[in-house]
Design a protein around this ligand. Sequence first.
Ligand code: NDP
Length: 443
Amino acid sequence: MSKYFESFVDYVAVRNPNQPEYLQAVREVAEDVIPYIETQAKDLIACKLFERITEPERTVSFRVVWVDDSNHVQINRGYRVQMNSALGPYKGGLRFSPTVNLSVLKFLAFEQTFKNSLTGLPLGAGKGGADFDPRDKSDSEIMRFCQSFMTELNRHIGGDTDVPAGDIGVGEREIGYLFGQYKRIQNNFTGVLTGKGPSWGGSFIRPEATGFGLLYFVERMLYEKQDTLKGKKVAISGAGNVAYYAALKAISLGAKVITISNSNGTIYDEQGFSQEKLDYVNSLKRNLQDYTKRFPGEYHAGKKPWQFACDIALPCATQNELDEQDVKQLLKAGCMCIAEGANMPCTELAVKAIMKAKILYAPGKAANAGGVAVSGLEMSQNRIGQQWTADKVDGKLKKIMQEIHDTCVHYGKDNNGVINYMKGANIGGFVKVATAMKAQGYV
Ligand code: NDP
């Protein structure tokens, strides 16, 4: 790597100490974007454009106090990272998880900058959340937490300023409580959050969008190789929003989904999941071990899905859940495609091993962009006071995923015809944001 790359990486490391996830995300993008700048966009060096992209425009962190069902006072920390507004209002999800910290949110907001740019929609980038674990909380505790969280967050967001959505631990229920509190404080029914219920401003297909979009992207990658999903064995991690809809769409496109997992273990069903089986998994909440009480299959406590032979692996749970050892196992068993439903689920060494093997690899910033794309469509519907049909939204989602795919091919195809989707997504996402930032001056 060049001197500029080395000094850039040092610069970011010094400015962001103790933020390993953030530095990992920045390095991954820099490896593609800096060589591009040095050869094709030298004018961006003097105006420090890439350095500016790594500095959030604004970061807020705040106290969230609430009272649990036993009348004990609880204290959490809330955040909003407003990363980049060159292309539109800050846009990105809220995550409620004990693993939330500034490093994780900055990595997610940084990835969001390129992802939102790739959608072609007028969306800036942000991310937020709290170190609150909703998994063991009652419904009324979740409502009290959301109300307290929004009592502070409301002053930093707005339909034309910053429009959060859901992420891990934040689904339609949480968005409802957050929206209700925003409306109460601001006396304003506006499209300030996406992922709303369809009867109160939400878009059809938003819950499905990330999982469906992931499969539309994979379908397109296979099409490029004159292949299809029919008969392919698919291993999926996670049992949440993204995993569920990815599994449903994979099945409807003729694939056989053989795993679903959570942080405690993996269900392996050799015969393949059906919608009925997936709905049963949902009804189990987090008790995946009970799957075998009703359906034949195996539950593997403490194991990841990557030990099972599959053609396609779709990590849909969380960051750094698939490591170099997992890649080795997947390759040995004949896996030909890894596409990320989650954000940065592959470790740095895992990505290097995948690249070396030259199998199909779709990075999350491209492959899971369907969620934010339909959030963008929800914002458009809110602005014009309309609700489009599910078919219309699904059609637009499919088209956006195809265009993202084609952008990756445009910037990522080498002279031998090999497509590096990571490079394509990083450069394709960067070019549009960089052009807008340059036009808007030193801000
Ligand atoms: P959910 O909260 O709905 O589900 C997360 C799932 O992942 C749960 O089943 C959870 O299990 C599991 N999980 C969490 N940590 C681990 C782990 N270490 N190992 C195995 N499983 C784990 O979240 P989403 O489905 O919404 O999000 C999943 C991923 O997709 C995240 O990376 C998110 O950023 C990304 N994403 C989501 C979008 C969306 O629209 N929702 C859009 C784009 C990206 P458990 O209950 O045991 O914790």
